[in-house]
Design a protein around this ligand. Structure first.
Ligand code: SAM
Length: 256
């Protein structure tokens, strides 16, 4: 018995490590299953009830009232909007960077879109992407209710990947100064790479990432931190972070 203990003692760290790894993977898996189940049951209800509440309770034509009504709704209902605190972080970035062309991936009911639009100059434009057609319709209506009109903004009802491939025709000669990613974290890195391949980011482009704890977002952060010449990680607030991209001008060649 003693000899058995002595033989197995060196294996103890391996056993502890393997158990911890399995445990954390299991926890991550459980968390994802719970999120999917909740999203399945709350998804449509959330969009319709958010839209109905904001539409009926806000003062039409006033972006501030639309945002305050979203925030009021989120106090008593499930909501995926970024909310007032992270919203102020977005505001700071938009005010500081003064972007002219903004791409939002993951519009949902338009909360972040309205926050951004109210700070854009008249020559600015927001392209906002939403995969789900019903959500896109409801979100667009809220943006119109807030007092914004086409062509200040355009809703692209498709996946982020499809939207990115259609961007050259949407943007013409312009490039994106700000990209907000709050859609599917697994798409964050592929979408960033596609934007770079298409040379769609301006030399001073800022990337705002929500949900930095998600594995997909972590993959993007690893990509970014491994390339300090191309990116700077800027301010962070909760699970939102800003990344400054130093894109070469077209004549300076490809980005890896
Ligand atoms: C967390 S919500 C965005 C919330 C929004 N930023 C706000 O503050 O109101 C994520 C949205 O992204 C959409 N989405 C998920 N995957 C997507 C994809 N691959 N392309 C475009 N939209 C996507 C979902 O349908 C959902 O409406």
């Amino acid at each position: 018995m003693v000899s058995l203990l002595l033989i197995s003692l060196p294996l103890l760290p391996v056993v502890v490590m393997a158990t911890t790894l399995c445990h954390s993977r299991l926890l991550a898996l459980c968390r994802r299953v719970c999120e999917r189940v909740l999203r399945f049951f709350h998804g449509e209800v959330c969009v319709k009830s958010t839209h109905a509440y904001v539409f009926s309770e806000c003062t039409h034509g006033q972006a501030a009232s639309v945002l305050a009504t979203f925030d009021l709704y989120a106090r008593t209902h499930a909501s995926v909007s970024i909310g007032p605190e992270k919203g102020e972080f977005v505001d700071e970035v938009v005010k500081r960077e003064a972007p002219l062309r903004v791409l939002e991936l993951g519009m949902h009911c338009g909360y972040t879109s309205v926050r951004i639009l109210r700070l854009l100059p008249t020559s600015g434009k927001l392209l906002t992407v939403e995969l789900d057609p019903l959500t896109a319709e409801k979100g667009e209506e809220i943006i119109l209710v807030a007092g914004f009109k086409n062509p200040q903004f355009q809703v692209l009802t498709c996946s982020s990947a499809e939207a990115i491939s259609s961007l050259p025709s949407q943007l013409g000669e312009s490039c994106l100064d700000l990209v907000v990613m709050d859609h599917d974290p697994e798409q964050y890195l592929p979408d960033l790479l596609a934007l770079q391949r298409g040379k769609l980011l301006s030399a001073r482009c800022v990337l705002l990432l929500n949900g930095t704890l998600e594995p997909g977002a972590q993959a993007l952060l690893e990509h970014v931190t491994a390339r300090p010449q191309q990116y700077d990680i800027g301010h962070q607030f909760k699970d939102m972070v800003e990344i400054h991209c130093h894109m070469p001008t077209h004549s300076q060649g490809e980005v890896s």
